[in-house]
Design a protein around this ligand. Structure first.
Ligand SMILES: [Zn+2]
Length: 190
């Protein structure tokens, strides 16, 4: 097997997962979920990728800068628009566009910073082994396919933790409909 992130052999972590495919169907009654059990797969992650994921999460400045680039652009566009419109005789309704762009951009930046800092806090509270396993799982989630045709794919780890959950707890944790939660529960329990 090869690392899911860099394709190098000799991975450090191996995750057995169960796929659940979810189709969101909208009709007059609102949104319905159609779910089916997918394949069981194994994903692996190498030590180098886990270490670099750890570094990126513990020292998140670079990651924040990358993820906020679009929002920074929006703030700058908002400032430019506000200045440009203030010099012209335009309807008041148009004058809100600039500040609105700035507001959306700043909220986006605040959200990304908050996410990065809470992830860092979460990792800081774990011991080394837990933190490495968590980061390896983040690599899996980021690199594994997210779609199967029109279906969203959810990956449920097949491990001691999920084996200890009831069908109801699995349903809550992974947003499963009851029938699929039962199937997942009996598959993991084997
Ligand atoms: Zn790797």
């Amino acid at each position: 097997m090869k690392c899911i992130n860099c394709n190098k052999p000799q991975p450090e972590y191996s995750f057995r997962v169960l796929e659940v495919h979810t189709l969101h169907v909208r009709d007059f009654g609102g949104e319905k979920l159609i779910q089916a059990l997918g394949e069981q797969r194994t994903f692996e992650v190498c030590a180098a990728c886990v270490s670099s994921e750890m570094r990126a999460s513990l020292f998140p400045a670079g990651r924040i800068a990358r993820r906020c680039a679009g929002f920074v652009g929006l703030v700058l566009a908002g400032i430019a628009l506000t200045l440009a419109l203030s010099l012209r005789d335009v309807m008041n309704a148009l004058r809100v566009i600039g500040p609105l762009c700035m507001f959306v951009g700043l909220s986006g930046i605040a959200g990304k910073v908050r996410d990065a800092l809470s992830l860092r806090k979460l990792l800081a509270g774990m011991n080394e082994a837990e933190a490495r396993k968590f980061c390896a799982w983040q690599c899996v989630i980021r690199n594994a396919p997210k779609k199967y045709n029109d279906n969203d794919i959810t990956y449920i780890p097949v491990d001691e933790e999920t084996a200890g959950l009831s069908a109801r707890e699995l349903a809550e944790k992974y947003c499963l409909i009851p029938a699929i939660a039962n199937q997942v529960h009996s598959t993991i329990d084997k």
